[in-house]
Design a protein around this ligand. Structure first.
Ligand SMILES: Cc1ncc(COP(=O)(O)O)c(C=O)c1O
Length: 385
């Protein structure tokens, strides 16, 4: 049956997983190209930490490389090493530990210079390997997490630069609240790093890579993509999502659609209770569907009695509390739905589309946590590779 555009073309095939996320690599490439045009002549480093925010590091990296990405940023060594097969520079943006250095230096990973002790250890190991390690100074201008405090940076940078076996090719910082456009906090960070870069340049110390902007800054502080900065680092925007606060300067589309299948359809009598805690009682007899995805798959518990899914493009409100593997929905809008039908939990087209940001708002979190929360059971399916 195909009523009102209700499409069952993908249904009832045994190859379908129960829960999957369709990741559109063409949209990913489009998002990247749009960003490149917007920030030019600055260049874009793709930040692919935590498995590209849970979407799958290598497929995402390959698609971006085919679109022209020239550099990847990650949080830690394992992520860095997995990306090396693409033959592009990979840079650790977080911290490194002494025992990790031999492998990282041997493989040519670009390292964060976060303090004198780390820099000395890198220098020693590089000399032992008769090689030169590449590093970027990580300057703490207000994130308070890692790096050389801004006040100590002028002296420390001058001394670390003299260490043998170390090529100090970059300098960067990170913004904790660049979603607040015009805010003094980010502006002070930016001014501080700019002053440092210019002061060092006056002494002939020039870094090839100068970067500060994350996605929030690209959207809310366009000056972070202008000189002295010549690179930006973006993760979430490449996926087409934005912080829930702040301006959206870029026009991006979400690359993901989270889907599952209807596994049961029953008509239950008025007064029936639904789910753990019996938090919903049917006000009348109605068709009730059970879909094969729950909080283990990344659906926020906060959707309970508040969110909706789409079946055949029609909205089906979540009724009762989500459980680990299943979620119950009203099928009043689509009584013809049958088990096996495809269900869009997140994404979709048109005015009813469910955005990552709307889930983040319902859950009281940010879009990063939503994207990073898809469970292991959720198959990552790549389209338009
Ligand atoms: C140091 C650093 N730079 C850039 C990014 C990319 O951030 P976003 O995904 O907001 O673009 C991150 C991620 O949190 C980061 O830790």
């Amino acid at each position: 049956m195909n009523r009102g555009g209700y499409n069952r073309s993908r249904m009832n095939t045994s190859s379908l997983p129960r829960v999957w996320v369709d990741i559109d690599l063409q949209i990913l490439r489009d998002n990247y190209h749009h960003m490149v045009e917007t920030v030019a002549p600055a260049r874009v480093m793709a930040v692919l930490k935590a498995e590209a925010y849970g979407l799958g590091c290598l497929p995402i990296a390959r698609a971006l490389a085919s679109a022209g990405v020239a550099r990847f940023g990650v949080a830690e060594p394992n992520e860095a090493c997995r990306l090396l097969e693409l033959g592009l520079p990979v840079q650790i943006l977080g911290a490194v530990l002494p025992d990790e250095l031999p492998d990282l230096i041997r493989q040519g990973v670009v390292l964060p210079l976060t303090d004198a002790t780390v820099a000395q250890a890198i220098s020693r190991e590089a000399q032992r390997q008769h090689t030169t390690a590449r590093g970027h100074f990580k300057i703490d201008t207000g994130m308070g997490r890692l790096g050389i405090p801004l006040g100590e940076a002028p002296a420390l940078i001058r001394s670390i630069r003299r260490l043998p076996g170390l090529a100090c090719e970059g300098i960067y910082t990170h913004f904790p609240m660049a979603y607040r456009g015009g805010d003094d906090f980010t502006q002070r960070q930016l001014d501080g790093l700019t002053r440092l870069i210019l002061e060092l340049e006056q002494d002939g110390i020039v870094f090839e890579y100068r970067h500060a902007a994350n996605s929030d800054a690209i959207n809310n502080f366009p000056q972070t993509a202008r000189p002295p900065f010549n690179w930006v680092r973006s993760g979430i925007n490449l996926h087409g999502s934005f912080d829930t606060e702040g301006r959206r300067r870029l026009q991006l589309r979400s690359i993901l659609t989270l889907k599952t299948r209807l596994v049961a359809r029953r008509t239950l009598p008025e007064g029936s209770t639904i789910g753990y805690g019996a938090t919903y009682r049917l006000p009348r007899a109605m068709p009730v569907g059970t879909i094969s995805a729950g909080y283990a798959d990344g659906l926020p518990l906060a959707l309970s009695n508040r969110g909706y899914v789409l079946i055949g493009g029609r909205t089906c409100p979540v009724i009762g509390r989500l459980s680990m593997d299943y979620t119950t929905v009203s099928l009043e809008q689509i009584p013809e739905a049958v088990p096996g039908d495809e269900v869009v939990c997140l994404g979709g087209a048109g005015p009813q589309a469910i955005s990552v940001e709307s889930w983040a708002q319902l859950k009281g979190t940010h879009p990063y946590e939503i994207i990073c929360s898809f469970g292991n059971r959720v198959k990552r399916c790549y389209t338009n590779a």
